[in-house]
Design a protein around this ligand. Sequence first.
Ligand code: SAM
Length: 410
Amino acid sequence: MAEQRWIAETLFESDGFRMSYAADRVLYETQTAHQHLVLFENRQFGKVLMLDGATQVTTKDEFIYHEMMTHVPILAHGKVREVLIIGGGDCGIAEEALKHRAIKRVTQVEIDPAVIEFAKRHFPEFTKPVFADKRFECVIDDGMRYVAETKRRFDVIIVDSTDPQGPGAVLFTKAFYQGCKRCLAPGGILVTQNGVPMLQPGELASSLGHFRELFRDATCYVAAIPTYVGGHMAMGYASDDRRLRAASEATIAARYRRAGRFATRYWTPAVHRAAFALPRFIAMQTQARAAKTQALFGAMRSAMVLAHAGCLANVGGTCTPTGGSVNMEGAIINMVNGYPAANISTITPGGIVLATQINPSADGVTVGVVGNSVTIDINGGTVPNCRITYTEATSPNLSPLILPPDVSGC
Ligand code: SAM
C-alpha cells in the first residue's frame, strides 16, 4: 500500500508554522516559468491548487474568497461597467464578476499562461462559463506593467494575486498601487488580496500605508477562509469616494436585486456591511505607517521604559536606531501580566527582550495608538535598564535593531 503523501503549506515555515494536506491523488504537478504548481485531491477540501507552497484555491471554500473579493466592491460602487482583475489565474473571481448583468467587460491580466491552461483543464466550473462569456478577455502580462501602461479605465480593480513572493511581490508595492490608481475611473474602487493579519501583520500595514497616501478612503474588510490558515483574511479596500463604503444594507440589497439576485453562499448585504467592522488588532495594523513609525517607536519606547522605571519625565524621547530606516509596522510586542511575553526567561535586569507583538488585549496592558503617538500603560513588575530588540515582521530577514543602552537614564 503506497505511503500517504502529505503536502505542506510552507508560506509560514520560516515563522515556525506549517499546515499539511493529505494528497489523496496528485492530479497535476509542474514547475512553470514563474512558479511551482501542484493540484491534488484532498478528502476534506476537494481539489487543492498550490503555487510555490501557498494554497490558492480549494473546491470546498473558494466561494467565500471569490464572493467577498467580487461582490463587495461591485455592489459598493453600484454602477460598474468595467472590471480589471490582476492575477486571478483560476478564473474564480471572473466567474463571480460576470454574474453581474450590467457589467460590460471583465479584463483579467495574468502573468502565467500555464495557470490559465491548467485551469481550463482542472477548474471547468470556473473557466467554462468565463471563456464562454463574450464580455471576458484574458491578457497575459505582468500586472505591474499593465496598470502602468494601459490607456483603459476601470470602475473596479480586483487584485487576486499570490502572496508577496516570486512574481506576486511587485503587486504589494507602492508603484503598483499608484499604477492601479492611474487606471481607476473617477470614484473607482481597488480591492486587494492582503493576507492573514494574525500571521502576516506587516503585509496589511504596508499596503494600507500606501493606500492612505494615494486614496481618500483606505481600509480593509475581512472574512474567514479555512484554507487561508491563520484566522481572518484581510481584503484591502481603497477609493477616493468615501460615500461608497457607507452605502446602507438596504441600498446594497436593492443593487443586488438589480444585478440579477444570483445565488451566493457567503456574501449577503448584511455580511457585506459587517465585513468592514474590524477586530481591534486588525484595525491597529491598518493605522500604523512607516513614515510615522520613527516617532511612534520613540514615543512607544519612552512610555514603556518610563512605565517600567516608574517615572514620568522626558515623555516622547527619540532614539537613534542603528542602521537603515525603521519600519515599525508589524513590529510586535506580546505582553503577559505586564511583562513582555516573548522569551520571558530572558527578562532580567539589563537583559534583552525580544519584541514579537503588540497585543492590546493581553493581560494588564493598554496600548493606544492615535496618529503617531503611543500610550502604554503597564501594570505588574518593573524591569529597569532593559533594552529592546525587534525584527520588522514584513521582512523577517532584517537583522534585529539594537537600541542605544541608555533606557534607564530617564
Ligand atoms: N486567491 C489566491 C490567493 O489568495 O492566494 C490567488 C489565486 S490566483 C491563482 C493568483 C494568480 O496571480 C496566479 O495565477 C499567479 O500566476 C498570478 N500572478 C502572480 N504575480 C503576478 C503578476 N505580477 N502579474 C499578474 N499575475 C500575477
